[in-house]
Design a protein around this ligand. Structure first.
Ligand SMILES: Nc1ncnc2c1ncn2[C@@H]1O[C@H](COP(=O)(O)OP(=O)(O)O)[C@@H](O)[C@H]1O
Ligand code: SF4
Ligand SMILES: [Mg+2]
Length: 333
């Protein structure tokens, strides 16, 4: 049974990735369960970028990792180019998953500190038994905006955070992926470097014909790079909408709250973490726990529009505009 509705799923188009009713639960001791992702569905068209937006702890990384089968979800389906990944034997999974690469938040610690740039960039392909030529490695390093002559023999600690993220992107590209899952790829970087890495990802996407899932807690970061934005709250999808015109068209009270936390001038660039009143981190709101999520609409304990129905009945995603889907009983009617 789909938890949040699937009205936003498309059909008959060139979908690279189809994720259906993804559930991720973790055991939490004393018989308790963390409900990290509770019935999330989304699809990704060829060449599209889907932004996944939500506060820390809402299940974005768990969803991204479950799509990669690292580890596999508790339940749900993940179709990559038409092949179901869940339940594949390990070897077949490894072969298929190669077409999907992940870029993580902390580039420095995702690189082996003992290895040099030339090996770091080559090793993804080497693991598959194809040692890339020096020319191939050099041109990949150059294509992520670094000078191979300068960084060739360097180790991660001799590079900046932004340079390390460029190396991570080069490593992923060596495997000729179809899909990049970027999990907060600029959150650990200085604001001045964030825009450079976002530009690089954008260029890379076009040059290599990739599709992208771009996860972030910061609307200003996700807005420009994404074609569509999927907003998550406590393991559920609240709203899916084209990113163009988002500030005017977003309807879900949670999306509105996120928008209120971003000064308009910043909607075009990266921002530091700056919570608004009512948004987690400002100290005024006690967040509900994924150990025991609220009944009905999970946002109801913070929602200015909540009514009795919201505690009883889960709102399902319904279409409210062209490509715009909303899970709320009271907004958009
Ligand atoms: N391996 C794990 N074991 C137990 N709980 C986890 C694990 N990974 C994540 N969680 C919990 O699942 C929820 C969602 O986490 P996460 O997916 O990391 O959210 P986000 O990426 O949006 O910050 C959080 O409550 C987090 O504490
Ligand atoms: S369903 Fe109810 S509680 Fe949930 S966002 Fe809508 S109005 Fe608020
Ligand atoms: Mg995360």
């Amino acid at each position: 049974m789909a938890g949040t509705g699937t009205a936003h799923m498309r059909s008959g188009q060139d979908r690279v990735l189809v994720v259906d009713d993804l559930v991720v639960r973790f055991p939490a001791g004393r018989g308790q369960t963390v409900h990290a992702v509770s019935g999330v569905s989304f699809d990704l068209l060829d060449g599209e970028t889907l932004g996944i937006l939500g506060e820390s702890g809402c299940g974005k990384s768990s969803a991204g990792r479950a799509v990669m089968q690292l580890p596999p979800p508790t339940s749900g389906s993940v179709l990559l180019d038409g092949t179901e990944l869940t339940g594949l034997p390990p070897r077949a999974l490894r072969t298929r998953r190669r077409k999907m690469q992940m870029i993580l938040q902390d580039p420095v610690s995702s690189l082996n500190p003992r290895r040099r740039v030339k090996d770091l960039v080559a090793e993804g392909l080497s693991i598959w038994g194809t040692r890339p030529s020096r020319d191939q490695v050099e041109s990949m390093i150059a294509s992520v905006g670094l000078d191979p002559a300068v960084v060739w023999d360097r180790r991660p600690h001799e590079l900046s955070g932004g340079q390390c993220q460029r190396i991570c992107i080069a490593r992923a590209l060596m495997l000729d992926p179809r899909v990049l899952i970027c999990d907060e790829p600029v959150s650990s970087l200085d604001v001045s470097v964030q825009a450079q890495i976002l530009n690089l990802l954008e260029e890379t996407k076009t040059r290599y014909g990739l599709s992208m899932v771009f996860i972030a807690h910061d609307l200003a970061v996700v807005k420009n790079i994404s074609d569509r934005i999927m907003v998550m709250y406590l393991g559920k999808v609240c709203e899916v909408t084209p990113s163009a015109g988002l500030a005017a068209s977003a309807l879900h009270p949670y999306t509105r709250l996120l928008l209120a936390s971003v000064p308009e001038a910043d909607l075009g660039a990266g921002t530091a973490d700056r919570p608004a009143p009512g948004v987690a981190g400002d100290g005024t709101v006690e967040l509900p726990s994924p150990l025991n999520p609220p009944s009905g609409c999970r946002f109801r304990t913070r929602c200015p529009l909540a009514t009795a129905r919201c505690a009883e009945e889960e709102p399902l995603l319904r279409e409210v505009g062209d490509g715009h889907h909303l899970a709320c009983h009271n907004a958009g009617i």
